[in-house]
Design a protein around this ligand. Structure first.
Ligand SMILES: Cc1cc2nc3c(=O)[nH]c(=O)nc-3n(C[C@H](O)[C@H](O)[C@H](O)COP(=O)(O)OP(=O)(O)OC[C@H]3O[C@@H](n4cnc5c(N)ncnc54)[C@H](O)[C@@H]3O)c2cc1C
Ligand SMILES: NC(=O)c1ccc[n+]([C@@H]2O[C@H](COP(=O)([O-])OP(=O)(O)OC[C@H]3O[C@@H](n4cnc5c(N)ncnc54)[C@H](O)[C@@H]3O)[C@@H](O)[C@H]2O)c1
Length: 474
């Protein structure tokens, strides 16, 4: 018999976006249903952030010997037990999973249904033989890997982020299609864990990022032995008993790479199939579900968040969007998403962190701005740690208002936080130049680069004249 359920908020998708909405709604007193057809935790926990950062952590340990040489310490070459590395990755997932589990959510008062959801009308959803009527729906169905139309690709076995963390043998040669954050992070991880790695990128590696930072990072990855083919497309992929052949094409002509495994990391596509969004009158296209700044879809009772809306695709963006939806749906506040101060980090070594505008974006906008750059080589702690590769670059208006920050360095993901706060709160450089930073820390780079802005004024001939005058006064 068909069961009829009703609730205040019905969330479809138990990944970063859906879990944040459901946990917040239930704890604020809304009767909440969460529907998840796959693994609780979605991509981030099971096939995204958590396994990729865990693999990178293992790769860092494998690389420690190479770095130790700089300190006069020599280790024997590491012996890498790859199944044990993957067991570590799974162990980290398992240790975080209880936080995203059905049990925890039921404990918060959420009714969790483990099925696929499909709309029957603008206000009614079918979940198995249950019918759900909700005051508000939230679509948080995420994304899946985009598989580009490369001839032969569909006929060969390939990996994506959904399968790469299950591989039990480190491939002798891993060819990665795509030089975005996934390609770069996993490329460095597999290289450090013993694979030969080739990255094939049809444009520029990390094309959205600051050109200088991406270039330095590329040099570092190349120095570790990764082959990077930029402005190169794949014209064909073949597979036989000897392995894979990937035919590359660029200005110089065609070459063939022979590899053991192929990882496709060419971007994402929204997951909307099976939802019957037409019945719900929710407009969507190949980029995702269309939303306004309040994250309302074309059906005002239905919100959407996370990767499925095709905007910034990060776990922290999904969490932020969940907060916007809760304010709109529960408190009827017209809260709007504002991505001005949304940071992003590529967790390679060194890390590449960005918040606000890149230099290219600031030039495109056309306003006046100054560029302040400070090398990590000028930071004492970075020298002690022998991690002095990289820089911090700040863009600021002539009045000192901060427009953007780029950091390429060890721990850049941690160092970006004061700049995120500064942009969010419209702070000026003087706020950062005036703080007392503990010595010796990498954090000092933020104060040092901000202080650059005032150096010409501080040590000007006018200041010198003034000082001489005060001194003459006794
Ligand atoms: C390799 C990799 C590394 C990443 N690293 C980072 C990182 O370091 N930092 C960062 O911020 N971001 C990172 N990301 C991005 C981050 O993982 C995503 O932005 C985030 O997981 C998106 O969350 P979501 O809730 O929108 O979607 P998802 O996590 O995909 O969740 C959607 C859920 O909806 C379910 N679902 C779909 N359709 C239905 C349906 N019809 N009925 C019921 N359930 C349904 C799915 O089963 C899924 O569990 C990474 C991504 C990848 C792939
Ligand atoms: N550290 C992080 O926060 C992190 C890490 C990994 C992923 N992510 C998220 O996941 C998303 C997806 O990552 P991604 O790296 O797959 O996507 P991406 O879109 O950022 O990069 C994909 C790259 O593949 C290239 N490409 C596409 N088709 C190609 C083809 N046929 N041949 C050669 N190159 C091709 C594109 O030019 C692009 O540079 C990211 O945008 C990000 O939001 C975040």
């Amino acid at each position: 018999m068909t069961a009829q359920l009703s609730c205040d908020i019905c969330v479809i998708g138990g990944g970063s976006a859906g879990l944040s909405v459901a946990a917040g709604a239930a704890q604020m007193g809304a009767d909440t249903i969460l529907i998840e057809r796959g693994d609780m935790g979605g991509d981030c926990l099971n096939s995204g952030c958590v396994p990729s950062k865990s693999l990178l952590a293992a790769a860092k340990a494998a690389h420690a010997g190479a770095q130790a040489k700089d300190f006069g310490i020599t280790y024997a070459a590491p012996r890498i037990d790859f199944p044990a590395v993957q067991a570590h990755v799974q162990d980290v997932i398992d240790s975080i999973a209880p936080h995203d589990s059905v049990e925890r959510f039921e404990g918060l008062g959420v009714r969790v249904l483990r099925e696929s959801a499909q709309f029957l009308s603008p206000q009614k959803l079918a979940v198995g033989d249950q019918r759900i009527h909700a005051r508000r729906f939230v679509l948080a169905t995420g994304s899946r890997p985009l598989i580009p139309p490369v001839p032969g690709l569909e006929d060969v076995p390939y990996l994506t982020n959904e399968t790469v963390f299950e591989v039990q043998d480190c491939p002798e040669h891993l060819i990665i299609l795509g030089g975005g954050p996934i390609g770069c992070e996993l490329g460095q991880a597999f290289r450090r864990l013993g694979a030969r790695v080739s990255i094939v990128e049809m444009n520029r590696m990390l094309g959205r990022e600051d050109r200088g930072a991406a270039q330095l990072l590329r040099e570092r990855l190349q120095a570790e032995g990764i082959a990077i083919h930029e402005n190169t497309s794949i014209s064909e992929v073949r597979h036989d008993t000897a392995g894979l052949q990937v035919v590359l094409k660029n200005e110089e002509g065609e070459t063939t790479l022979e590899g053991a495994r192929l990882l496709v990391a060419a971007g994402r596509q929204p997951v909307t199939d099976g939802l019957n969004l037409e019945a719900a009158k929710v407009v969507h296209d190949r980029r995702g579900i269309q939303v306004d700044a309040r994250l309302r879809t074309s059906n005002r009772r239905i919100f959407a968040a996370g990767d499925v809306i095709g905007g910034p695709q990060f776990t922290h963006a999904a969490g932020y969007q969940a907060g916007i939806i809760l304010r709109n749906a529960l408190f009827r506040l017209p809260a709007k998403a504002d991505y001005r101060a949304l940071p992003r980090v590529t967790y390679t070594a060194p890390e590449l962190a960005q918040v606000g505008l890149t230099e290219a974006e600031a030039r495109e906008q056309g306003g006046k701005f100054e560029v302040l750059q400070h090398s990590l080589a000028e930071n004492d702690r970075a020298r002690c740690e022998r991690e002095s590769e990289g820089f911090i670059k700040i863009l600021a208006t002539p009045s000192g208002r901060i427009l953007g920050a780029t950091i390429l360095s060890a721990h850049a993901g941690e160092l970006i936080l004061p700049w995120t706060l500064a942009i969010a709160r419209n702070m000026k450089l003087s706020a950062l130049a005036g703080i007392i930073a503990p010595y010796p820390t990498l954090s000092e780079v933020s104060k040092q680069v901000a202080a650059h802005y005032y150096t010409p004024k501080l040590f000007s001939s006018r200041t010198r004249r003034l000082v001489r005058l005060f001194l003459r006064l006794g």
